[in-house]
Design a protein. Structure first.
Length: 137
């Protein structure tokens, strides 16, 4: 799925763009099963709901035009995506995930994302998640 945030007066002016894909939060995202179990307990999964993976939506790309940076448009796009899947969750997802570039980590933290694990193998990105239950309740 691809979304564009355009100027209300001139739809040819794109302020932001994002693309989404299906994803999952799984044991393979963590260094070991113990770390995954800690994650599940922290998110409040009861024992009967402790699966090996949970459905998610991956934020593949998010870009904001330089001319409008600092105007909260990126945060607005994230809020739209969160509400799209938390309030009318046709995809049945629990999490929104992103492989955040290191310089974008503060932006995602400001928008409620958390690190999936203590450290990542990729030196350029950090795997982060947002629990959609945080706004669904």
């Amino acid at each position: 799925m691809n979304y564009a945030c355009v100027n209300a007066d001139d739809a040819s002016k794109v302020y932001a763009y994002c693309s989404l894909a299906n994803d999952k939060v799984a044991t393979s995202d963590f260094k070991d099963k113990t770390e995954f179990n800690r994650f599940r307990r922290k998110r409040g999964f009861p024992n009967e709901k402790r699966l090996k993976s949970y459905p998610a939506i991956k934020l593949c790309r998010l870009g904001v035009d330089e001319k409008v940076k600092g105007q909260q448009i990126g945060s607005g796009v994230l809020d739209y995506i969160k509400s799209l899947f938390a309030l009318d969750n046709k995809a049945g997802c629990r999490f929104l995930t992103v492989d955040a570039y290191l310089n974008a980590v503060p932006f995602y933290e400001k928008n409620g994302f958390h690190f999936m694990n203590a450290e990542d193998n990729d030196p350029h990105t950090r795997l982060m998640y947002y629990d959609l239950m945080d706004i669904a309740n």
